[in-house]
Ligand binder design. Structure first.
Ligand SMILES: C[S@@+](CC[C@H](N)C(=O)[O-])C[C@H]1O[C@@H](n2cnc3c(N)ncnc32)[C@H](O)[C@@H]1O
Length: 296
């Protein structure tokens, strides 16, 4: 699901002008809407509708032979109604797909945790470039949401144990389904767990039992009310053990982000922006991303 504007439409138009048979369009259709991954995990209806309409427009403008399969594919999505859920598939560097069931709306059922946010993609990319931070370690992820970061790390970085967590019951249900859907619940018992962990109520016993060597979170600094509980949770974690802690954020509201740093200071938590390039793996526009490492 790259953004439609980023598709090489002009290149396609030129190709179609040179060769007006329907072979190229047929090939594109097989590699996209009719691809086995897309059949098993269908992307958003609206996205497929826009993509197919654009393809038909280009094909008709170039005077190509009509292709029944293209109109059939459009008819199928037009008849699919307006579902609130869709699948999104994210390709890892080796070409392996992580397919997640997500909501179409960014906020639903009173939570932001049913979609994958850019910081989750960025944190996964950051981890792929720093696998040693995860390999052979117990990793705890806070506010895992739909599960992209953790599934990418489990697939690529070989942690000895990975604990996904979240505090919202609907998010936890989606997270468990996505973890299972991507084959992780079949790993040796205990190697992957999904735990309910609300930052305002999680106990030192729960934190000590998990015994994380590395703690990560993506896009958890988005609301001043939520941030207070998060900092208390981070203080508890750093008090119980001394894991490496990394918090990855999209800085949407500089005041909220500065407020987070002030609360860290007040709690005696030292924070340092991580440096170094992060290879881009997923198609999204990176804006104002920052990963902080925390210490006591
Ligand atoms: C913006 S979403 C980010 C989800 C995911 N990490 C991502 O980047 O795609 C924030 C997540 O934090 C979780 N969250 C918010 N407050 C929480 C709390 N007090 N305890 C545990 N999780 C919480 C939400 O349920 C949601 O899944």
């Amino acid at each position: 699901m790259s953004r439609l504007v980023s598709f090489p439409w002009t290149f396609l138009e030129k190709d179609l002008e040179r060769n007006t048979s329907s072979d190229l369009i047929s090939d594109i259709l097989q590699q996209t809407c009719l691809h086995s991954l897309c059949r098993e995990f269908p992307p958003a209806v609206r996205y497929r509708k826009l993509f197919l309409s654009e393809l038909i427009t280009r094909q008709e403008a170039a005077g190509c032979d009509p292709l029944d399969a293209l109109y059939d594919a459009l008819a199928e999505v037009v008849g699919a109604g307006d579902p609130t859920e869709c699948f999104k598939s994210y390709l890892l560097p080796g070409g392996e797909a992580v397919s997640l069931l997500e909501r179409v709306a960014l906020v639903s059922e009173g939570t932001t945790g049913l979609v994958t946010w850019k910081a989750a993609l960025y944190l996964a990319e950051w981890a792929l470039d720093r696998r040693q931070t995860f390999t052979g370690r117990t990793v705890l992820e806070l506010g895992s949401g739909a599960g992209l970061t953790g599934i990418a790390i489990c697939r690529s970085c070989r942690p000895s144990r990975y604990v996904f967590s979240d505090g919202h019951p609907r998010v936890l249900q989606t997270l468990r389904d996505n973890v299972r859907r991507n084959g992780l619940s079949e790993l040796p018992s205990g190697a992957v767990a999904v735990e309910e962990m609300d930052w305002t109520t999680a106990t030192e016993e729960q934190i000590t039992r998990i015994g994380a060597d590395t703690v990560i979170a993506a896009d958890v600094v988005y609301d001043p009310v939520v941030v207070e509980g998060l900092v208390e949770m981070l203080s508890r974690i750093l008090r119980c053990s001394s894991p490496e802690v990394f918090i990855c954020s999209t800085i949407r509201n500089p005041e909220t982000y500065a407020g987070f740093k002030r609360l860290l200071d007040a709690a005696g938590i030292v924070h340092q922006v991580t440096t170094g390039a992060v290879s881009q793996v997923f198609p999204y526009s990176r804006v104002q991303m920052e990963t902080l490492q925390l210490f006591t």
